[in-house]
Design a protein around this ligand. Sequence first.
Ligand code: ZN
Ligand code: ZN
Length: 89
Amino acid sequence: MIAGSGRCFYHPDRSGIGICVECKRVICTECTTQFEGINRCATCLAARLAEAKKLIERNDWSAGSLFLALVSVTAIFGFVWGVAALFGR
Ligand SMILES: [Zn+2]
Ligand SMILES: [Zn+2]
């Protein structure tokens, strides 16, 4: 346990009301953020938001992977159809 827990990590004069899931620091009402229903301190939320932003910027792969998924599904169905046609007779 962190020494002096029960006090906000960022505000030693305030009592903590929660623990950040990322850094496990005790945080006060002002420092706690509810993002995706999870308690995080402002520092970790900022880091998480920056990460999410990076993911969004790299999001151009999603169209490509959707196309790839469609192609592979078509290929699998084509294969199954072919096998079924072979053994169907
Ligand atoms: Zn944190
Ligand atoms: Zn605080």
